[in-house]
Write a protein that binds this ligand. Structure first.
Ligand code: G3P
Ligand code: CA
Length: 252
């Protein structure tokens, strides 16, 4: 019987090791490094005064002890909030990171970084800032930028073609590889895990497009994906468990 080839997808920690530490904080990114994730996935939004901060929601309400919309708040005010206690008292005092804080960690640990730009009417401003940070931190070769806003991905590519980009989507895109390659001029697709169907893989293969599904927390789904050549990475809340699952199939 023919044995199925393993392709060792890279493991990206979704908002850090967010199952065990408060999402999008330095604690969760450091834990991801400890868990031997290859990379980190994070979300970025601009503050009122134009700082690029790492946070998923458009407000601080769910993940801090404060209230307010990120884009209408000053960085100094958001920085004073506690982003750890909601997850557990041991994380009390965790601050909101700047993108540059995480870039320093990524550089230090020699990891990969997936920066997701959250949709905003200030798209051009955040695109310019993210590009400038990647360049100044010398991280261009370690970064992939993604967004649900595909205009933003097209724009990043136009502004600085060396940066790898990927379109995010939940479902509903036919021939996603062709759309990414020819319409958006992106290098990858980041579909929801249930959108990774045969037609999607075929279109990615035909167009030389990388696939990194999210959020893959089940070892069984991960191991199945490791048999698909074009799935070059997975985005997971459980990098420790995915590492174990990969070790199991590669050490057989
Ligand atoms: O990048 C994959 C995933 O993070 C997209 O969804 O809502 O978790 O940012 P969300
Ligand atoms: Ca995200």
């Amino acid at each position: 019987m023919k044995t199925k080839k393993i392709h060792k997808p890279l493991i990206y920690a979704h908002r850090g090791a967010s199952a065990d530490a408060p999402e999008n904080t330095m604690a969760s990114f450091e834990l991801a490094a400890q868990y031997e994730a290859d990379g980190i996935e994070l979300d970025v939004i601009l503050t009122k005064d134009g700082e690029v901060v790492v946070i998923h929601d458009d407000d601080v309400d769910r993940t801090s002890n404060g209230k307010g919309t990120v884009e209408q708040m000053y960085y100094s005010d958001i920085k004073a909030l506690d982003f750890g206690s909601w997850k557990g008292s041991e994380f009390k005092g965790e601050k909101i990171p700047l993108l540059t804080d995480v870039c320093r960690l990524v550089k230090d640990k020699n990891m990969l970084l997936n920066i997701e730009i959250k949709p905003t009417v200030r798209s051009s401003e955040i695109e310019d800032k993210v590009i400038s940070i990647c360049k100044s931190m010398d991280l261009v070769d370690q970064v992939v930028i993604s967004s649900f806003n595909h205009y933003c991905m097209r724009s990043i590519k136009k502004k600085f073609s060396k940066l790898e980009t990927a379109i995010l989507y939940q479902s509903g895109i036919m021939k996603a590889g062709r759309y990414a390659r020819h319409t958006v001029k992106a290098d990858g697709i980041h579909p929801h895990k249930y959108a990774v169907v045969a037609e999607c893989v075929k279109s990615a293969a035909l167009n030389g497009i990388k696939i990194r599904p999210w959020t893959v927390d089940s070892p069984a789904i991960f191991q199945k994906m490791a048999g698909i050549k074009y799935i070059t990475g997975v985005i997971t809340n459980r990098p420790d468990i995915m590492r174990k699952a990969l070790n199991e199939i590669t050490n057989k």
